[in-house]
Design a protein around this ligand. Sequence first.
Ligand code: HEC
Ligand code: HEC
Ligand code: HEC
Ligand code: HEC
Length: 304
Amino acid sequence: MKQKFLKSVVATAVLGAAMFAAGGAFAGIANTKHNLGAEGTGTNMTAATGEICVFCHTPHGADTGEGVAVPLWNKSLSDPLVYTTYDDLGTSTYDAAQATVGSVTLACLTCHDGTQAIDNIINAPGSGMYDSTGGGTGGRTEADGWTWNSGGPVDATGTLLSGVITNLGTDLTNDHPVSMQYGGGGISASNSAGPMRDSDFKMPKQVTGINRWYVDNDFMEANGTGSTTDVLDVWDFKLYTRNTSGLTSENGVAFAGEDEPFVECGSCHDPHLETTTFLRISTAAQGGNMSNAGSQICLACHTK
Ligand code: HEC
Ligand code: HEC
Ligand code: HEC
Ligand code: HEC
C-alpha cells in the first residue's frame, strides 16, 4: 500500500517536470493535431475541455490493463487486442521475430485503430470523474459536452472515421511493421555488440548501463540539432525493450528469454513533437535543419 502511494507521487512529479520541459524546449504539442481540446488548433476539437495531456495521460488511476507498459495511460486499451501484423503477409525477405502488438504501439492504437472514441478517457478533468472503462467504445457522453466538430476526421462520438488515412484499423499488414525485433534479432542484453542477423541495418547504440537501445539520428546531429554525445535524445529513433520469453516465430529467436530492442510506433514518431506527422526529424521551418528529402528517416535504420 505504502509503496503504491510513493510510486504515484513519483510519477506525478515526473509528469510535472516533463510538462515544464515540453513548454520550454519547443512550442510542442499545443500546435499539433494531438491538441484535441477547446484550445486546439486542429479540426478535431471538443468544447468539453481545454486540457491537452488528459486525452492521453492521467497523474492517477492510469490504465495498466493486461500488464502492458503504457505511460500513465488515461484510456482503456482497445478490446479485444487482436491485430493482424505485417509478418502475416509472408514477404520472403522479412526475418524479424514478431511479438504480439504491445508496448507504446498499443497506446497509439487506442485511438488510431478506430475501434473506440478519442474521448475515451478514464480520469476526465475535474473532481470525481473517474470511470475505469473511459466510457466504453463511445467514450465520454455528448450530454457531458463531449461533442465533436463535424467536418473533422471523427464522427459524432469522437471515433476516427473509416477511410481516413490516420485510422490504421486493426489490420496492420499495410503499415510499416511494428512490435518486431530490430535487425532481425541478434542484439540482446547479453549480446549488445551483435552481430544482428540481418546486416542491412545500422547498428543500434545502447544507453549506458541499462537494457535500452536506439538508432542515432546522424542527420539531425550533423546539422547541430540533435545531441552529438552518446545520449538518447528526442531525435533518436527509439527502440523499445521487450523480453522475448515465450516468443515463437517461424524465424526463431536468437537469444530467447532476454531483453531485446524492438521497433514500435514511437521509434519513428514522438506524439508530442511539432514536426510534420510527429516524425523524429524536422524541417527548417520547424526549428530543425532537415527535411525528409532523400528519405532520411528510412535510411536512418535501413542500409540501402
Ligand atoms: C495523443 C496522445 C498524447 C498526448 C496528448 C500527450 N502524450 Fe505524453 N506520451 C504519449 C505516449 C504514447 C507516450 C509514450 C512515448 C514513448 O514511449 O516513447 C508519452 C510519453 C510521455 C512522457 C514520458 C516519455 C517522455 O517523452 O519523456 C511524458 C513525461 C509525457 N508523455 C508527458 C506529456 C505531457 C506533459 C502532455 C501534455 C502537455 C502529454 N504528454 C500529452 C502520448 C501523449
Ligand atoms: C487520444 C487519441 C490519440 C492517441 C492516443 C494518438 N493519436 Fe495520433 N492523432 C489523433 C488524432 C485525432 C489525429 C488527427 C487525425 C486526422 O486529422 O486525420 C492524430 C494524428 C496523428 C498523426 C498525423 C499528424 C499529421 O500532421 O497529419 C500521426 C503521425 C499520429 N497521430 C501518430 C500517433 C502516434 C505515433 C501515437 C502514439 C505514440 C498517437 N498518434 C497517439 C489522436 C490520437
Ligand atoms: C519505421 C517508421 C515508422 C513506424 C514504425 C510508424 N510510422 Fe507512422 N509514419 C512514418 C512516416 C515516415 C510517415 C510519413 C508518411 C508521409 O509523409 O506520407 C508516417 C505517417 C503516419 C501517419 C499519418 C498518415 C498520413 O499520411 O497522414 C499516422 C497516423 C501514423 N504514421 C501513425 C503511426 C502509428 C499509429 C504507428 C504504429 C502502429 C506508426 N505510425 C508507425 C513512419 C513510421
Ligand atoms: C527505427 C528503424 C526503422 C526505420 C526508421 C524504418 N524502418 Fe523499415 N524496417 C525496420 C525493421 C527492423 C524492419 C524488419 C525487417 C526484417 O526484419 O526483415 C523493417 C521492415 C521494413 C520493410 C519490410 C521488409 C520485408 O522484408 O518485408 C520495408 C519495405 C521497410 N521497412 C521500409 C521502410 C521505409 C520506406 C522507411 C521510411 C519511411 C523505413 N522502413 C523506416 C526498421 C526501420
